[in-house]
Design a protein around this ligand. Sequence first.
Ligand code: NAD
Length: 465
Amino acid sequence: MSSAIEIPRQSAQVSVSPSASPLAERSIHSRIKQTSSAGMAVRQPKVLHPLENEDLRLLLLENISQEAVRAFQAQGFTVDHSAKAMSEDELVEKIGQYHAIGIRSKTKITERVIKAATKLLVIGCFCIGTNQVDLNTASKAGIPVFNSPFSNSRSVAELVISEVVGLSRQYFERGYEMRQGIWNKQSKGCWEVRGKTLGIVGYGHIGSQLSVLAEAFGMRVLFYDIINIMPLGQARQVESLTDLLQESDFVTLHVPELPETTNMISQAELAHMKKGAYLINNARGKVVDIPALIEALKSKHLAGAAIDVYPAEPGANGAPFDDSLNVWSTELRQLPNVILTPHIGGSTEEAQRMIGEEVSLALSRYLNYGGSVGAVNFPEVDLRAITADQGHNVRICHVHNNIPGVLRQVNEVLSPYNVEKQYSDSKGDIAYLMADIADVSPQDVNKLRELISRTSANILTRLLV
Ligand SMILES: NC(=O)c1ccc[n+]([C@@H]2O[C@H](COP(=O)([O-])OP(=O)(O)OC[C@H]3O[C@@H](n4cnc5c(N)ncnc54)[C@H](O)[C@@H]3O)[C@@H](O)[C@H]2O)c1
């Protein structure tokens, strides 16, 4: 994992000396190569440091990987880590000393916590969702929140492929019978998947991965999406959901949970599906009307289903999955050829590792370089790197209220300098400006920060030098 966190080194420019090879002088080709290599000397990025926070402190909770801890330590951050989540009271007591916090889903970053977080610059959610953070309060405090929404796409796609085969061969049923001590060898109603049609609803990160895997199995792939998307391989986009339902042997859902996708597959849609087809839902629980699905399975219109997500899901492992949670749980559990899994679509070691890499990288990038691309609650801004030969360049990272007149005030402060590059964007009430200023003398650096911090819309101003 540490390999994913690139720490640009402050090294001299790389150039190729013409005398590097004894053969060089002998051939025209070598001479041409030398000339062009020398002309393309690589300009190394400068390593930036926060002006006021040489000793940045990070708090990593909920057993975030040791690789992430080591990678942060290697960058000179002081890291405190714990395998456990913290309660709101514990956080309120401790958060004041930290510049960054990394959590998973159990630690709640509430308004009270953010108000106590006087030094906090950034929050990393080492997971998919960000519901555990009060995003609005965080953005108002100038704190971006990063997560890792797509690192488990491949894991979900692989689970779906296994379910396509599992449903087709009924092996979950057979395996269950074996565990009861029953030998029940069958071929009736069991099929190869080669040549069958897979209908993918939602051709995003997961749907498109799945498309490639399914074709490798010899399946024909159709997809339906609300936007026009270039198909991968031989896949074909269809005009309507009904077209897809009528043509597919397997229908698999990969759309987000939205008002438009709630009960997207209900009685009428199930009736459009081919007799003997299968339905797979690894998207979100509310996308399928489960009582309607139960009826379609009981009437044998559908030959099976695989469900990984439910309208209501238990909060912890070991909790019952019964009718107190969803009134139809018992009925669903008793149906043949229905694969039920506890929301494990994206749960693999690889996905966890990728989440660790992606979120660590986002936190380091923001702390060291100011780039906020990928933040969920904050304007997404980045600038190309300051190079090592631009020794006295300074980067300004200015979070401010999104009101008229801010740029005029900031640019007045910057007017005596050469602004090498500047970029600003807004999201709701918050705006973020990054600017690289050339040749700022060490005596001027503090003055610059102070003047910008004093502008009327200032939320947070950092200088990276
Ligand atoms: N089971 C799990 O563990 C697990 C893990 C990861 C993601 N998911 C879920 O999988 C779903 C898809 O994830 P993704 O990363 O591929 O998302 P994505 O945003 O990359 O793709 C979603 C696609 O759905 C399309 N879409 C949106 N509304 C639609 C509609 N009404 N009809 C047809 N298409 C529509 C979008 O245009 C987009 O192409 C999400 O609901 C996500 O929460 C589940």
